[in-house]
Ligand binder design. Structure first.
Ligand SMILES: Nc1ncnc2c1ncn2[C@@H]1O[C@H](COP(=O)(O)OP(=O)(O)OP(=O)(O)O)[C@@H](O)[C@H]1O
Ligand SMILES: [Mg+2]
Length: 415
């Protein structure tokens, strides 16, 4: 009888106890090294339990610094304390990356506040005033304090006046539009400067308490990982060096706890795939490569054709042993690559700006150096991981690259 496709994998003994404990959606019971941030939220939101409106808040910090986790952690306790004390407290969390217009945010708040018999607010189609009026009426009917969490709010604020208009409406609720109810807005963002993008009138009405989440350092990330590893991974599976290495690598990546958890989870998966019982440093290295590749591949795939041709010109020189090449050298190869692709070459000025774009995307480095009386020149090098086959990725993403990659190039020779 033929084997089932899943048999092989099912035979491998899992090294996880509960893989979800290392996933992004897991809500930990404790958040080490976020005591100050938790206190800032608690000290303000306690007002809701006293029947007053808490101040609005802005939480800032790099990705993976615990903003969403801390907010959910505090709101969970706020709601349960509210229920125990008989205070009416409602929290509504909205991710503005997915729900990114004023209309849709208000409709979402209105629908979350609906009780049986309330009409559902449609995704689109109602006049804006009608949606806002329903939100106001439902807040008032349910009474108490409404904590509105607008996660990743920078996505909304960057969309023209959507953010201004929404915050203006929400902050107007507390100035005479509600009786027996209050509204408090918690905005969460990566961008410290995002309030500067707001209309000054909105800024002054919002008057938020700012809380800045610093990136975690390596020692702190170890403390974040340990309890989650205990819960998620079987005993004696991790070599002692694994957690410190995951923490150190993630600390270098802006102290991102999400990155640290991903590294740990994928390291264990790598060990499982190799059918060994212990996760070691080599599995962490493999996990890091996998994560890097997963991140870089779409960036390279999605480059416009002209930028792919410029990158190709840099990489093909490097592949032939030429590093620190100048813009002129890149341009020389680029012209031939364009010919092979059947594309008209851009001016060298435009190519310089495409090189700057690749530099800003972290794909190459282009350092300006002085050549004495010959003026300034660029030294251009790739900074893709050595094992990453960018030529192959570009080749499979863009059929015309077939003719470019397979052609022969007479490369610059400096000797
Ligand atoms: N102190 C901590 N203890 C345990 N887990 C943590 C801690 N800080 C963050 N995490 C975990 O790291 C992951 C990322 O955290 P979180 O989603 O809160 O980051 P964020 O600051 O909201 O990032 P982003 O700006 O990308 O939304 C989550 O799985 C979260 O549970
Ligand atoms: Mg978040």
């Amino acid at each position: 009888m033929s084997e089932n496709l899943f048999d092989n994998l099912l035979r491998v003994k899992s090294l996880f106890r509960d893989r979800r404990a290392l996933g992004h959606a897991f809500n930990p019971e404790d958040l080490p090294h976020r005591g100050n941030e938790i206190s800032a939220l608690v000290n303000n939101l306690v007002e809701a339990l006293r029947g007053h409106a808490p101040s609005n808040m802005n939480l800032y910090g790099r990705p993976g610094s615990g903003k969403t986790a801390v907010t959910r952690f505090v709101c969970r306790d706020l709601e349960s304390k509210g229920a125990a004390e008989g205070c009416k407290i409602h929290t509504v969390e909205i991710n503005c990356r997915n729900i990114d217009t004023k209309y849709r945010v208000l409709a979402e708040i209105g629908n979350k506040l609906a009780v049986e018999g309330d009409e559902a607010i449609p995704f689109t189609g109602w006049p804006a005033d009608k949606v806002f009026d329903r939100v106001r009426a439902r807040m008032q009917a349910r009474a108490g304090v409404h904590v509105i969490i607008l996660d990743e709010i920078d996505h909304l604020v960057r969309k023209g006046s959507e953010g201004d208009d929404l915050l203006y409406s929400l902050t107007s609720l507390n100035i005479g539009l509600l009786t027996g109810a209050f509204c408090c807005v918690i905005g969460i963002s990566n961008d410290l400067a995002f309030t500067e993008l707001l209309d000054p009138r909105v800024q002054s009405r919002l008057a938020p308490i700012d809380v800045v989440f610093a990136p975690y350092n390596a020692a702190q990330l170890e403390d974040v990982l340990k309890p989650r590893a205990m819960r998620g991974i079987k005993q004696d599976v991790l070599d002692d060096s694994v957690i410190p290495l995951c923490a150190a690598l993630a600390a270098k990546e802006d102290g991102d706890a999400r990155r640290a958890l991903d590294l740990l989870r994928i390291s264990v998966q790598q060990a499982e795939q190799s059918e060994v019982d212990v996760v070691g440093i080599n599995h962490v290295r493999k996990a890091q490569n996998q994560l890097e590749f997963d991140q870089i591949t779409p960036t390279i795939q999605d480059l416009p054709l002209q930028q792919k041709l410029v990158l190709f010109s840099i990489l093909i020189n490097e592949k032939n042993g030429l590093s620190n090449i100048s813009t002129g050298e890149v341009y020389g190869t680029y012209e031939i690559a364009c010919e092979n692709a059947g594309e008209r070459p851009l001016t060298s000025r435009r190519v310089s700006s495409l090189i700057r774009g690749l530099d800003m995307a972290g794909i190459i480095t282009a350092k300006t150096t002085s050549r004495g009386r010959h003026g300034m020149s660029k030294r251009i090098n790739s900074c893709l991981p050595p094992a990453f086959d960018a030529l192959k990725v570009m080749h499979s993403a863009e059929p015309v690259m077939d003719d470019v990659v397979n052609a022969r190039y007479r490369l610059q020779n400096r000797l």
